[in-house]
Write a protein that binds this ligand. Structure first.
Ligand SMILES: Nc1ncnc2c1ncn2[C@@H]1O[C@H](COP(=O)(O)OP(=O)(O)OP(=O)(O)O)[C@@H](O)[C@H]1O
Length: 659
């Protein structure tokens, strides 16, 4: 054993030295790029490529360079009496160019077996080895002789240690311990869209991020061009997950919220809940489309136009035929208008050719295209529209019946309109009717249960030629328009019929805590299986008190005795009071986007996050704060990794207390 451990440590040392060499080479090429390249353009391209390569190679020295080893004895190699052994890690590491790899990138096809081989299906694996590390040093290993019928599964001590490791700071990657059912999702084909319904802490976010990294590896060229987009619920969440992809060597992925995608104007108005509900409903898409396309009319008159030398005429029939033809091409409205302009110029051109036998110059064609008479025809039968003008028109149209939800005082012009968050989604819809959005190559959509039909369409427009990874939990739906089942959402996302795959094993929340949260499920009105937990550790306290704030401070002080992060998650309105009380007690406290050991988090922003120790003061206030308050409480209670303290002066919600 000791000898084997020494040999593995030596392999680690060699691999580290080789990676350092690879980095040095990339660095030299980066700095000499300007000298060796023939021109400024290639110098820059080469420099950029090398800089990307360096970023992709850079590893956190405290993370192990490899975490597993596969000995492949069965199958073809076994038949030849050979055993091949591969170390598996976060980066491909080679001794010298073209040499044998010292470490295989976990995404390489061969590594699938590391994650998925089992006694039932050994996939050619003789032995799987996992490594244990302490402070970046290799200290232990754990073997499964798959070919001899040994399989640890979730009983692996190293897996247990990894999932029970106290959390601090931002989210970490899980490459070393991806589970078989997760790996199947991670490595699904690029053409395949998937929807994952998973209880809290089952690794949905982790799966989505690793899938993005996997696809970028397997389809580098295609996805580099089209891009990969990750959508998260809010900035605090995006900050929390931001480091995962760079740790896996992927630095070029767009990570946004839906609000970021539609932010063509600042939000300067707030809708009533009723107005927001109407504006987020799918019917708005039809209304906008109908209103827009009703503007295209059949011209009643012909066109007479002079180019200074000659006069040209198009009959009403000519124009009507042109409009009909362009309309049939099913183009976006704005593109259609330009196509009609080109069509009219082309008809004029043909007349000119017939008269003189020569084709008029390009300048002539441009002049005709801009001619006031041509513009007048276009404005008459295919008028210019902006997203702002269209949405304004709809919201102020007396026939559309938006008086109750539109502006109390209509804006003087689309330019002076004050837009609400829901209006921005409508503007994006309108913009999509006018021009086509560029499509990403793959989109990962996290917390998808909260998207309205109109928000789903924002994503659909950006994933026309992409596959989707849709992640969510219907039980955690807190938006007024939260999905009740996945079929509708998938339809609005433009991927109807996508398979919904469940994930049920929880890696975050200990069993005792998930049992408390599960009591809420019957009241949440969704059809999802109860969460189960891999974790038997952890602790839960529920305490009635008269002094919730004082006891919260005491609970935070007690929590600091343990390792890991502390999150106080409370009704949004109680946050300032709690921050003040904690600061008066001399504690350093951070807010949602800060990286402090103690965070006071408004319940409305806690989604997707986790803390080692969670303290929830006054659950009743969280429930009372919004119509879907019980769903919010379900989210809040499931943020705990190791310990949860619930403190209350008001009665707990009946379903929780079992009353
Ligand atoms: N295979 C795994 N090995 C180790 N840790 C894992 C594994 N899968 C998930 N985890 C850990 O479990 C925790 C929860 O994962 P994640 O946030 O991806 O879950 P989620 O399903 O998105 O949860 P939620 O619905 O609550 O947002 C994270 O700390 C993650 O690192």
């Amino acid at each position: 054993m000791q000898e084997e451990l020494l040999a593995e440590q030596e392999h680690l040392t060699r691999s580290r030295a080789a990676l350092a060499r690879m980095l040095r080479t990339a660095d030299e090429l980066h700095t000499t790029g300007a000298m060796v390249a023939g021109d400024a353009y290639s110098a820059e391209t080469l420099g950029r490529a090398m800089r990307d390569r360096m970023q992709a190679l850079a590893v956190d020295p405290s993370t192990p360079l490899f975490f597993g080893r596969l000995d492949m004895g069965a199958g073809a190699a076994g038949a030849r009496g050979m055993t091949e052994s591969w170390h598996i890690g976060r980066r491909h590491v080679v001794d010298k160019a073209g040499g044998e790899p010292l470490v295989l990138d976990w995404r390489a096809p061969l590594c699938t077996a590391f994650y998925q081989a089992s006694v039932a299906d050994p996939m050619g694996v003789d032995q799987r080895r996992r490594f244990g590390f302490a402070q970046g040093e290799l200290t232990s290993f754990e073997d499964e002789h798959i070919s001899r019928g040994e399989e640890l599964g979730t009983k692996s001590a190293l897996l247990t240690a990894e999932i029970e490791r106290p959390r601090v700071g931002p989210m970490r990657d899980i490459v070393a311990t991806i589970q078989p059912e997760q790996d199947v999702l991670v490595r699904a084909e690029l053409t395949e869209s998937v929807c994952v319904q998973g209880a809290p802490g089952t690794g949905k976010t982790a799966v989505g991020l690793h899938r993005a990294a996997y696809l970028l590896y397997a389809h580098r060229e295609r996805l580099k061009r089209a891009g990969v987009l990750i959508i998260g619920p809010n900035r605090a969440f995006l900050g929390y997950i931001a480091a995962v992809l760079p740790a896996l060597g992927e630095v070029e992925v767009d990570q946004y919220t839906i609000d970021d995608l539609v932010a063509r104007h600042p939000v300067r108005a707030v809708d009533s809940p009723e107005a927001a509900a109407v504006k987020h409903s799918a019917a708005m898409a039809d209304q906008l489309a109908r209103m827009l396309w009703a503007k295209v009319t059949r011209p009643a008159e012909g066109l007479m136009i002079s180019d200074g030398a000659w006069r040209w005429r198009l009959s009403p029939d000519d124009l009507r035929a042109a409009v009909t033809e362009v309309r049939r091409a099913n183009l976006p409205y704005g593109t259609g208008r330009e196509r009609l302009r080109a069509r009219i110029v082309n008809l004029l051109l043909r007349q000119a050719e017939a008269r003189s036998g020569e084709s008029p110059s390009e300048a002539w064609q441009r002049q005709m295209g801009k001619h006031s008479q041509v513009k007048a025809v276009l404005d008459g039968c295919w008028p210019a529209v902006t997203p702002e003008s269209l949405v304004c028109e709809l919201l102020t149209d007396p026939l559309a019946g938006f008086e109750a939800v539109g502006w109390a005082k209509p804006p003087k012009s689309p330019k002076s309109a004050k837009w609400s968050a829901a209006d921005l989604v409508l503007l994006d819809e309108a913009a999509g009717l006018l021009d086509r959005e560029a499509s990403y190559g793959h989109v990962v959509l996290d917390e998808a249960q909260d998207l309205s039909p109109m928000q789903c369409r924002v994503i659909a427009r950006r994933s026309e030629h992409a596959s989707l990874t849709v992640l969510g939990d219907l039980a955690q739906g807190t938006a007024p328009w939260a999905a009740a089942d996945w079929a509708d959402s998938l339809e609005h996302l433009g991927k109807p019929g996508t398979t919904v795959v469940p994930l049920t094993t929880g890696f975050r929340v200990p069993a005792a805590i998930i049992a408390l949260a599960n009591r809420l499920l019957p009241a949440l009105d969704v059809n999802v299986p109860a969460g189960v937990s891999l974790r038997r550790d952890g602790s839960l306290t529920v305490t009635a008190t008269r002094d919730v704030v004082g006891d919260t401070v005491a609970a935070v002080v007690a929590a600091l005795e343990h390792e890991g992060s502390v999150g106080v998650i409370a009704a949004d309105a109680s946050v300032p009071g709690l921050v003040e009380a904690l600061r008066s007690a001399g504690l350093e406290v951070g807010g949602p986007e800060e990286d402090q050991r103690i965070t006071v988090m408004p319940a409305s922003l806690a989604k997707g996050l986790e803390y080692d120790h969670v303290i929830v003061p006054e659950p009743a206030a969280i429930v009372a704060a919004e119509p879907r308050g019980l769903h919010r409480l379900y989210v809040v209670l499931t943020r705990a990794v190791s310990r949860l303290d619930v403190l209350h002066s008001q009665p707990l919600p009946a379903v929780l207390s079992g009353a």
